[in-house]
Design a protein around this ligand. Structure first.
Ligand code: APR
Length: 231
C-alpha cells in the first residue's frame, strides 16, 4: 500500500514528538541517549522537584534552552510549515517544547506540553515569553521563582489546548503521527479521535510503537525522508 499523498487532503493534522526534532540534534527522551536515561524526571521535571530545589531545576532547563537555541529546524519541520501555508486547514499538534515548528514557519502550533521559551509566575498568575539564554532572571519581580511554562510529569494539560486539538482531530481527513513513542498520556490517545472520525492514518517512526496498530500506514524510517515521500 503506497503512502498517501498530502495533495489529496485538505484537513491534515500533524501530531509530532521528539523524534522529529532529533534530526535537528535535540535528543529524544526515551531512545538511546534519551534525556530520561541521563536525568531522573523526579529531580528535574516535576513540581515537587521545583519546590524542593528550583535552582537545580533551572540549571537543567537552562542547559536544555542553550542546547535547543543552538539547533535549527530541519527539513521535516520546514515541509510541515510549507504544507500548512498551502493548505490552511492544516493543524500542527506537538508534544515538543523546543519551538522548532514555529521557527520553521508553522502557525498556531498547539504545544500540548508547553514551551521552553515561556515562563510563568504562579504567585502572580502571569505567563510571558522569554528567549534569553541563559535565563536573564530566574525570579519574578514579585520575588517568587519563575517556572518554565512546561507540562511536567503529574501536571495537567491545558484544557484550551486539549479542546483545540480535539476539534482539529474530529475534523481531520488525514492524521500523521511523527516521531513519538506513544507512551505518554493523555497525548498518546489523541490521534485515536481522528481515526475514529474516519481520517486516513499514518505513523512515521524508526520502529513500531505500542500504538502502531491504530494506524493504516506504518512508515518506518527517518521523519524528514518519509514526509518528503508523501509530498
Ligand atoms: N524519525 C522518526 N522517528 C524517530 C526519529 C526519526 N529521525 N528518531 C527517533 N524517532 C522515534 C523513536 O523511535 C521514538 O519512538 O521517536 C520516538 C521518540 O520517543 P520519546 O523519546 O518517548 O519522545 P516523545 O514520544 O515525544 O515523548 C513524549 O514524554 O518525556 C515526555 O513530555 C515529554 O513530550 C514528551 C513526552
Amino acid at each position: 500500500m503506497s503512502p498517501p499523498k498530502f495533495a489529496d487532503f485538505s484537513r491534515i493534522v500533524f501530531f509530532t514528538g521528539a523524534g522529529l526534532s532529533s534530526e535537528s540534534g535535540i535528543p529524544t527522551y526515551r531512545g538511546s541517549g534519551g534525556i530520561w536515561k541521563e536525568y531522573n524526571y523526579e529531580d528535574y521535571a516535576c513540581q515537587r522537584a521545583f519546590e524542593r530545589d528550583p535552582e537545580k531545576v533551572w540549571d537543567f532547563h537552562d542547559k536544555r534552552r542553550a542546547a535547543v537555541a543552538a539547533c535549527e529546524p530541519n527539513d521535516g519541520h520546514r515541509l510541515i510549515a510549507v504544507i500548512q501555508r498551502a493548505k490552511p486547514g492544516t493543524t500542527i499538534i506537538t508534544q515538543n517544547i523546543d519551538g522548532l515548528h514555529a521557527r520553521a514557519g508553522g502557525v498556531d502550533v498547539i504545544e500540548l506540553h508547553g514551551s521552553l521559551w515561556r515562563v510563568r509566575c504562579d504567585r502572580e498568575r502571569t505567563i510571558r515569553d522569554d528567549t534569553s539564554v541563559p535565563m536573564a532572571s530566574r525570579k519574578c519581580t514579585c520575588g517568587a521563582y519563575l517556572r518554565p511554562d512546561i507540562v511536567w510529569f503529574e501536571d495537567a494539560l491545558s484544557v484550551d489546548n486539549l479542546r483545540r486539538a480535539e476539534r482539529a482531530l474530529e475534523r481531520a481527513d488525514l492524521i500523521v503521527s511523527i516521531g513519538t513513542s506513544g507512551v505518554v498520556y493523555p497525548a498518546a490517545d489523541l490521534p485515536r479521535i481522528a481515526v475514529q472520525a474516519g481520517a486516513v492514518s499514518v505513523e512515521i517512526n524508526l520502529e513500531d510503537t505500542p500504538v502502531s496498530n491504530l494506524y493504516q500506514h506504518r512508515l518506518r524510517g527517518k521523519a524528514s525522508d518519509l514526509l518528503k515521500s508523501m509530498a
